[in-house]
Design a protein around this ligand. Structure first.
Ligand SMILES: *[C@@H]1O[C@H](CO)[C@@H](O)[C@H](O)[C@H]1NC(C)=O
Ligand SMILES: *[C@@H]1O[C@H](CO)[C@@H](O)[C@H](O)[C@H]1NC(C)=O
Ligand SMILES: *[C@@H]1O[C@H](CO)[C@@H](O)[C@H](O)[C@H]1NC(C)=O
Ligand SMILES: *[C@@H]1O[C@H](CO)[C@@H](O)[C@H](O)[C@H]1NC(C)=O
Ligand SMILES: *[C@@H]1O[C@H](CO)[C@@H](O)[C@H](O)[C@H]1NC(C)=O
Length: 404
């Protein structure tokens, strides 16, 4: 009798708990199709307003997860910002193509498409972002004008957390393609980024002041860095990258401005650089004001195919003749605990291994092991240039003449 009573009581209480929880947390997913907000995939009409309205409704949907859906078609967008915080997990599916204006003056923000202050965002769908940069590249004079005008990057994520991009293509940005600023816990996979090798400043992925990011299985070929890592970035894991053409995976330039933050905890592994000007590069300004450090790096299992500078640390960076005389300044950035393990392949310059560290802050704990790089030219042998480098060499490495 008592036990039956208990079972009934248990069932009743379970019912009330469930009823209460469904009242409090109904789980209802909802799709917000941009066509229901007046979007047209006719490559002509501006969809900025329609996209913003669809986003706002999805973002405010509190009864469950929401999805903004962009179907097949070519959707012209002048510029758009998707702002959070949102009420729940939100997915942004791009199936078709988003087309940027040809005229760079139509974009008055740093990124053509920007997500900011959002948590738990997924961007996916395999669609394409076309920056139409070929119309503005001829206006770019940044290689000779230090105060040149900056043009919009294709897509930006600022103050975005616990989020991911999975399967998205980006071509021909006006300047860089993907920009990450102050993001946390962010994964990037299955992304393909393409721009001609001679297109100016078309960085693939640019990261600043961000931490706990994973980048894997990406293909990047552009006219600038495949991945550029700027100050304040920590715990960044990169693997399965196919990079080229482009300028490789670069840390920096660092040290030029005050209030810069350290860069720590970078892993790059299982990747291929093909026909890039640089491979694994760390670059700091000779004339520097911030005393920051670059530490705890591991570069492992990386193949170089016809790469200009496969391994390079340049602490004498000073373009456009901005230092009054070469050798006058020494970088204040401390590089330490950087490991290069199993790096092999071909270099198009004789100095396949080049580390020019700061006189006043020599590199510390640099470890080289299992390096085998050869020079593709016939006018000499492969060699190393190592200045102000402290650390160790394990086993045999080629080129062998690096003094540590
Ligand atoms: C995002 O996810 C985290 C971890 O699952 C959760 O704590 C947080 O409430 C979520 N925020 C939103 C807006 O969904
Ligand atoms: C990112 O990927 C890692 C490793 O696969 C996983 O543990 C983590 O939960 C992912 N984070 C997000 C935000 O998707
Ligand atoms: C890598 O990304 C491509 C899309 O660029 C996808 O087709 C492929 O399945 C992914 N591979 C793995 C191992 O995830
Ligand atoms: C390297 O790039 C060249 C020229 O684009 C291409 O022909 C070759 O197949 C690539 N090699 C690999 C291993 O991807
Ligand atoms: C370096 O690689 C070449 C082939 O590119 C190979 O013949 C040579 O034995 C390798 N050397 C070492 C020390 O692994």
């Amino acid at each position: 009798m008592a036990s039956r009573f208990l079972i009934v009581l248990y069932a009743l209480s379970l019912f009330f708990v469930l009823a209460a929880s469904t009242r409090q947390y109904p789980r209802q997913e909802k799709v917000f199709d941009v066509r229901d907000y007046g979007a047209y995939g006719d490559s002509k009409r501006d969809n900025a307003v329609a996209f913003t309205k669809a986003w706002n409704d999805a973002c405010q949907w509190s009864s469950g997860r929401s999805t903004v859906y962009i179907p097949a078609g070519i959707f012209y967008v002048s510029q758009v910002t998707f702002t959070g915080p949102c009420k729940n997990f939100i997915t942004f599916i791009v199936t078709g193509t988003l087309l940027a204006p040809k005229n760079p003056d139509y974009i008055k923000q740093e990124e053509w498409i920007l997500f900011k202050y959002v948590d738990n965002l997924t961007v996916t769908g395999g669609g394409l972002l076309d920056g139409q940069g070929s119309y503005s590249w001829p206006l770019n004079d940044c290689n000779k004008n230090p105060s040149c005008r900056t043009l919009a990057m294709n897509i930006g994520f600022a103050f975005v957390r616990f989020s991911r991009i999975n399967g998205l293509r980006s071509i021909n940005s006006k300047m860089g393609h993907f920009n990450f600023f102050s993001v946390e816990d962010f994964n990037i996979t299955g992304v393909t980024i393409t721009a001609p090798g001679d297109s100016p400043n078309t960085d693939g992925i640019k990261i600043g002041k961000s931490n706990h990011m994973h980048i894997f299985n990406v293909t990047i070929g552009t006219g600038d860095d495949c991945i550029a890592i700027l100050d304040g970035t920590s715990n960044l894991e990169i693997s399965d990258v196919r990079c080229g053409p482009g300028h490789g995976i670069s840390v920096g330039s660092l040290g030029r401005y005050k209030d810069e933050k350290n860069v720590q905890g970078l892993t790059v592994r299982d990747s291929i650089f093909n026909g890039t000007t640089d491979g694994l590069r760390i670059k700091t300004w000779a004339k520097s004001v911030s005393e920051i450090s670059v530490s705890n790096f591991l570069y492992e299992n990386i193949q170089m195919i016809n790469v200009g500078n496969p391994i390079i640390i340049d602490q004498q960076y000073c373009p456009h003749g901005q230092c009054d005389s070469p050798g006058k300044y020494a970088s204040h950035v401390q590089i330490k605990d950087v490991k290069y393990h199993k790096i092999w392949g071909t270099s198009t310059s004789k100095e396949a291994l080049k580390m020019q560290c700061s006189k006043t802050f020599p590199c510390q704990d640099v470890e080289l092991s299992d390096i085998n790089l050869s020079y593709v030219g016939s006018d000499g042998l492969v060699s190393a240039l190592c200045e102000n480098v402290g650390g160790s060499i394990r086993g045999k490495i080629v080129p062998a003449n690096c003094e540590i």
